[in-house]
Ligand binder design. Structure first.
Ligand code: 4AD
Ligand code: MG
Length: 457
């Protein structure tokens, strides 16, 4: 695409040092080379103000007709949004710049001049932006979100790595369900039916028996026909599992883990969160231990009370909930409103939980399950609990859930050979990013979302 005519200065390639915008402050008063794209442009008769982005930041580059001549000035006039350009110039301090510096351009080379970039600075609808996700990733806001996601993932890995957890990757293609048979993505495995994994947990149980503490971190899949702002069909989950751990201890782990991740993200990304995403940090600053523990039965009572106080019939109907049902998002939202930080609901009815959950010895209709609910309407971000470690009880659960026994023989071996109490949980990355960034919908928290109505791009 690049022709010689596209180039502006008919010179040999520059030998200047390539500098990234993020590091520009270290180069004040030096002449540097930027390699990037035109983000936006403003012009007057004698000056072009090019907003140049390079993936690490955005800087204003000033092109002066007096300095660069008519011809170069005219070529800059034609430069379209997202044209790829090499910009050389002097770094000068500018107190009006959000990053404190601008570039006085001495030379500019056009790698590709672009016409008709579809995403213009005007407002576009969500569907349009999602259709152009491959380009939308270049925007300032998407940068902020994906950088926060990066930091959250790094913080998660560091948390477990620093505490002696061994990373043991669970397989993606599996022969059986972990989280119920209704949300399985089926695939043909050389003539045999296989499924995309819903959770790496079962394999982590094997890993925990081998290493004591383990975790996996990977994509998981749910063929859920839900079109809510919290659901994706492909999402990333981190799942720690610990041998000789009970429900109470796994709640402590989840709480400490979440506090650490939130603190680290706030420390690293105040500018992205407050400056770009306009996130009100009040609630996030209160993410401290201990998180209130709420027994499921107590939660049911609280929700009933909240419901009584509602005057609006529609709101009342949404909050209807009988003992034995799982929470919907209205229940989670109202429940968390009673507190100033995330809460942990524990001991859900065994009947609504997965086959592997251990029952509460003191009340067999309750499972030793727990969910961490985030405030501000974000709801469940962690689900986990203590696992059934008794062979006979687990065999019965597998058959009463209608699961194919032959696919679980290996899992039952873990109860035959050195079974111990153990527990763990899974944290959904996208819901966590949505909460920390204060986003309405999870689809912006993952580079390329897979939802009920979206397989492309
Ligand atoms: O509560 P879930 O289904 O738990 C499990 O899969 C366990 N096997 C985890 C374990 O104990 N190792 O899912 C865990 C978390 C949820 O709390 C939520 O954050 C996220 O995964 N999640 C989803 N995120 C986006 N879209 C969906 N459809 C999700 N389903 C679950
Ligand atoms: Mg759950």
């Amino acid at each position: 695409m690049t022709t010689r005519e596209d180039r502006i200065n008919d010179q040999e390639p520059t030998t200047l040092r390539h500098v990234r915008i993020r590091e520009i402050a270290a180069h004040e008063n030096q002449t540097v080379l930027l390699k990037g794209w035109l983000y936006n442009k403003r012009s007057s008769k004698k000056l072009h103000f090019l907003q140049v982005r390079d993936g690490t930041g955005i800087i204003q580059a000033v092109v002066s007709k007096a300095d660069l001549g008519e011809e170069v000035f005219a070529i800059c006039e034609e430069l379209g949004q997202e044209s790829s350009i090499l910009v050389s110039g002097k770094v000068v301090a500018d107190p009006r710049s959000p990053i404190g510096f601008e570039i006085q351009v001495s030379r500019i080379e056009v790698v590709q001049n672009v016409e008709g970039y579809p995403i213009t600075p005007k407002a576009h609808g969500d569907a349009f932006l999602m259709d152009h996700r491959h380009l939308w990733l270049r925007s300032r806001r998407q940068h902020a979100i994906l950088r926060v996601r990066h930091t959250i993932i790094k913080a998660i890995r560091d948390y477990f790595d620093e505490r002696g957890f061994v990373l043991v990757d669970s397989p993606i293609i599996t022969p059986a369900a972990c989280e119920g048979t209704t949300t399985l993505f089926e695939t043909d495995y050389f003539g045999e039916t296989a499924y995309l994994t819903q959770s790496g947990q079962l394999y982590q149980e094997a890993a925990a028996m081998a290493f004591g503490r383990s975790y996996c971190f990977g994509p998981t899949f749910r063929a859920e026909k839900s079109k809510t702002r919290r659901h994706l069909n492909e999402f990333w989950m981190v799942e720690p599992e610990v041998a000789y751990m009970n429900l109470e201890e796994t709640m402590e782990l989840a709480e400490d883990f979440l506090c650490t991740i939130v603190a680290r993200t706030l420390e690293t990304h105040r500018e992205e969160l407050e400056g770009v995403l306009e996130r009100d940090l009040t609630c996030l600053n209160q993410v401290n231990k201990p998180f209130p523990r709420v027994h499921y039965d107590q939660a049911i009572e609280m929700i009933a009370k909240i419901r009584e106080q509602k005057e609006d019939a529609k709101e009342k109907a949404l909050l209807e909930l009988e003992w034995g049902s799982d929470f919907g998002s209205p229940h989670e939202t109202e429940l968390t409103r009673q507190f100033d930080r995330p809460i942990i609901v524990h001991r859900f009815p065994a009947a609504v939980k997965a086959f592997y959950m251990k029952k509460d010895e003191d009340s067999l209709r309750h499972a030793l399950a727990m969910d961490v609910l985030a405030p501000e309407g974000y709801g469940e971000i962690i689900g986990g609990g203590q696992r059934e470690d008794d062979l006979a009880v687990l065999e019965k659960a597998i058959s009463s859930h209608g699961l194919p026994r032959e696919s679980f023989e290996w899992f039952l071996d873990l109860r035959r050979y050195g079974s111990v109490p153990h527990a763990g949980f899974g944290l959904g990355i996208e819901r966590t990013v949505a909460w920390i960034c204060g986003l309405h919908h999870v689809r912006e928290t993952i580079p390329f979302a897979r939802t009920l109505d979206r397989l492309r791009p």
